[in-house]
Write a protein that binds this ligand. Structure first.
Ligand code: 13P
Length: 325
């Protein structure tokens, strides 16, 4: 696990989240008018993964069950990446379901997890990810929901480490809503405190664990846009109050920010916290892929230009991860 952590958090490197569920990738392709089949999913991921030079910026790539067996030539995606010195991992939660018949949505998939990990062990995969989703509103999140959702996240970490996978625990605080930055800070702090109390009570090895979470931002529907310095202050304040120093790394998701917003905010966070006890990096899906996916548009003849767009964004995000944009 130590070697995996080091590779994932290596200087200038981060993680590409290419773990969209089949439903999510359907949605992204539909928005671009691209046909969504298992083969177009494969061709799209092949375009990303064969981009020359990605190993200079990526320590890891997260897959979904559908794509983890797909191939580039004779090699599965994980085998292909391992050959390039990039560590493959997998999203292992099974999506969301209503919590006790309410509007809050809890993450499922714990019962079958141990079994599934035994299967993934055979496939070069070294780390796992579990996403919990927290919506902010006047009445949400409720304490009962947070307690159960964070309990499952901690169980996921326990089962992963028992099977020798590095867990990435991902409580995503959604950007949707009309909340203020202050309320986002309050909720993110609360969520992370509950999560780390649960992880502690299960004796999880925090030096072999990554936290993937949201930047602290005003809600998308609030009509407010926060400047990078404000985002950086608010985010580091929330993390400082809740994340133990032993945690190996904090990797941010992009959460529906534009590629530039996510990149600039990451740059400011890193610049402001050179003495952070944890490594700070990225695990973006949309902010890394949006421009390249749109350039590709489902057409093989656009492969090279899409790869150029992809590597340019990766380079920028990598510079931001070093605070040197
Ligand atoms: P975004 O960067 O698009 O938020 O995705 C990260 C992720 O892995 C969500 O689970």
């Amino acid at each position: 696990m130590e070697e995996t952590v080091q590779k994932l958090l290596a200087e200038g490197h981060g993680i590409l989240a290419a773990d969209e569920s089949s439903k999510t990738i359907d949605k992204r392709f539909a928005a671009l008018g691209v046909e969504s089949t298992s083969e177009t999913h494969r061709r799209y991921r092949e375009m990303l993964l064969t981009t020359p030079g990605i190993g200079n910026y990526l320590g890891g790539v997260i897959f979904f069950d559908e794509t983890v067996r797909q191939k580039i030539g004779e090699k599965t995606f994980p085998e292909y990446l391992t050959g390039q010195g990039i560590v493959p991992g997998i999203k292992v939660d099974e999506g969301l379901e209503p919590f006790n018949g309410t509007e809050e949505k809890i993450t499922k998939g714990i019962e079958s997890l141990d079994n599934r990990l035994k299967g993934y062990k055979e496939m070069d995969l070294k780390f796992t990810k579990w996403r919990a989703v927290i919506q902010i509103s006047d009445i949400f999140p409720t304490d009962a929901f947070l307690d159960e959702n964070m309990e499952r996240l901690a169980e996921f970490a326990e089962i992963s480490q028992k099977n020798d996978f590095v867990p990435i625990v991902e409580p995503e605080i959604l950007l949707t809503g009309n909340h203020t930055t202050t309320r986002c800070d309050e909720i993110e702090t609360k969520v992370l405190r509950v999560l780390f109390a649960k992880l502690k009570s299960k004796n999880i090895d925090l030096t072999n664990l990554l936290l993937k979470t949201s930047m602290v931002l005003p809600g998308k529907d609030s009509g407010v846009k926060a400047e990078p310095l404000e985002v950086a202050h608010a985010t580091l304040r929330a993390l400082g109050k809740s994340v133990p120093p032993e945690v190996a790394g904090v990797v941010f998701l992009s959460g529906g920010q534009t590629p530039d917003e996510a990149t600039n905010n990451l740059n400011e966070i890193v610049k402001l916290k050179e003495d952070a006890p944890w490594k700070i990096s990225f695990s973006f899906a949309r902010a890394l892929q949006e421009e390249a996916m749109s350039e590709w548009g489902g057409k093989d003849e656009n492969k090279l230009s899409a790869q150029e767009v992809f590597i340019k964004r990766l380079e920028k995000v990598s510079n931001a991860r070093n605070g040197k944009l």
